[in-house]
Design a protein around this ligand. Structure first.
Ligand SMILES: [Zn+2]
Length: 139
């Protein structure tokens, strides 16, 4: 959602994926940009830094309330380490031998934390001054 219009159009071009020799399942032919979103772009799970996995809302400005600088992601606290519909982020050893989890927990939820019914909490900080207030974002 934060890519330029030009990059978004390139991702929507099925012939580009084919000419690149990318191992894209033909089920993505209708909307190849979804392959990028589902498999290649933003790693789910807990992380330091990175980018925001928009989905609950469209991208919103994250300006520091003191100086106006664009706040940057510092920490993501995720409900799951991978999306239930995608295997690309599951470590190979876990694909072969899935770790034991408590009954009723979503796949990839190893902490037992559930953020806002299955979303992620991301803390953003001001790149100008660490003592400026942080921003909390649920996505
Ligand atoms: Zn600031």
């Amino acid at each position: 959602m934060e890519l330029s219009e030009e990059l978004q159009q390139q991702l929507e071009d099925w012939s580009r994926w084919q000419s690149a020799g990318a191992a894209v399942d033909n089920s993505y032919e209708v909307a190849p940009e979804e392959f990028y979103t589902d498999v290649l772009s933003l790693a789910p799970g807990w992380k330091i830094g990175g980018w925001t996995r928009w989905g609950l809302t469209d991208p919103v400005p994250r300006a520091c309330s003191v100086c106006g600088a664009e706040a940057k992601p510092l920490l993501t606290i995720a409900t799951t380490e991978w999306a239930a519909d995608g295997e690309s982020w599951i470590p190979e050893e876990d694909q072969a031998d899935p770790p034991q989890q408590l009954p009723g927990t979503p796949p990839g939820n190893f902490t037992g934390l559930e953020v806002a019914r299955g979303y992620d909490l991301q803390l953003h900080t001001c790149p100008v001054a660490a003592n400026h207030p942080h921003i909390e974002l649920i996505q």
